[in-house]
Design a protein around this ligand. Structure first.
Ligand code: R5P
Length: 292
């Protein structure tokens, strides 16, 4: 079993290699002058079972194409099997046809990865876990709430309350609150499908002081900003923002800090200055489970 570092996730692949003690092949990678990706396997992979670590965070389409090239060519070069570790799986938020004629992007992505030759996909806190039901290849969803909770514990926040975001956020908030041995409150959020405007409603707001908002993804920051504003209005003093995947597009972090957040905390599924806890050990555990 060999690990392969895709161009999107070399930083994480190195940590996973350290944790698993497995050999790591770093793919050679550069861009042609017109922006196309060049990739080369610097070593033979014939007969090997490969775990390719390649996130599909922005630029999503480029990273997906690279993931495609890697598996197809690994098999062409004689690899025995190829599995994908995509710590962030792109397009999982387009999991249904919200308006007539829309593409169900995640369905196409999963089919594309299967046709590339991947036998299994591992990802972390996928936004829509139910897509595993229609995935043409096994899709393993690794939960990182404990890793998030362990980091938050180290902050020694006095009397914290966890706040969930969105329809399915309560599950994550409950898991993190359990780690912190505290309670959680539910913040309902709805996004206007046309304008993108987010409205939030705090379900219960007793005794707000130090609040930790948890969410799976921060993209534009629009949701979190509205949640911070609502919590502050209800008396929250310090508001921490914790997520798994920090996409941080359109100056999201600046908007979140301007809304009054004390700190932004994210995992390293997507590398950024907010990557304060790692999913490497979780990924390593899954790989070693497959090995045994
Ligand atoms: C919604 O269901 C998700 O949990 C996130 O809250 C949402 O995707 C974040 O997007 P944005 O940062 O653009 O508001």
């Amino acid at each position: 079993m060999i690990l392969v570092a895709g161009p999107a996730s070399t930083y994480l692949a190195e940590k996973v290699a350290k944790s698993t003690q497995l050999r790591l092949i770093k793919l050679e990678h550069k861009f042609f002058p017109d922006g196309e990706s060049y990739i080369r396997f610097p070593e033979k992979v014939e007969g090997q079972d490969l775990f390719v670590i390649q996130g599909t965070h922005p630029p999503q389409d480029r990273h997906l194409v690279q993931a495609y090239f890697i598996a197809e060519n690994a098999i062409d070069l004689g690899a025995n099997s190829v599995s994908l570790i995509a710590p962030y799986l792109a397009y999982a938020r387009q999991d249904k046809r919200f308006f007539e004629g829309e593409v169900i992007s995640i369905k196409s992505v999963l089919r594309m990865l299967k046709s590339a030759g991947y036998k299994k996909i591992y990802t972390v806190n996928i936004h829509s876990p139910w897509v595993a039901e229609f995935s043409p290849i096994p899709l393993i969803n690794i939960q990182a709430e404990k890793a998030m909770g362990d980091y938050l514990k180290k902050l020694s926040i006095e009397d914290p309350i966890v706040a969930s975001v969105g329809k399915k956020g309560a599950e994550m908030a409950s898991a993190v609150a359990k780690e912190l041995n505290t309670e959680y409150i539910v913040v309902k959020s709805t996004r206007d499908k046309i304008t993108g405007q987010v409205t939030v409603e705090v379900e219960q707001a007793r005794g707000l002081k130090n609040v930790i908002i948890v969410d799976d993804i921060i993209s534009t920051g629009g949701t979190i900003v509205e949640v911070i504003k609502a919590l502050k209005k209800l008396g929250a003093e310090k508001v921490y923002v914790a997520c798994i995947h920090a996409l941080m597009v359109d100056g999201a972090s600046e908007k979140i800090m301007a809304a009054g957040a004390k700190e932004i905390i994210a995992s390293d599924t997507i590398p950024s200055e907010y990557s304060k806890y790692s999913v490497a050990d979780l990924l390593a555990e899954e790989i070693l489970r497959e090995k045994s």
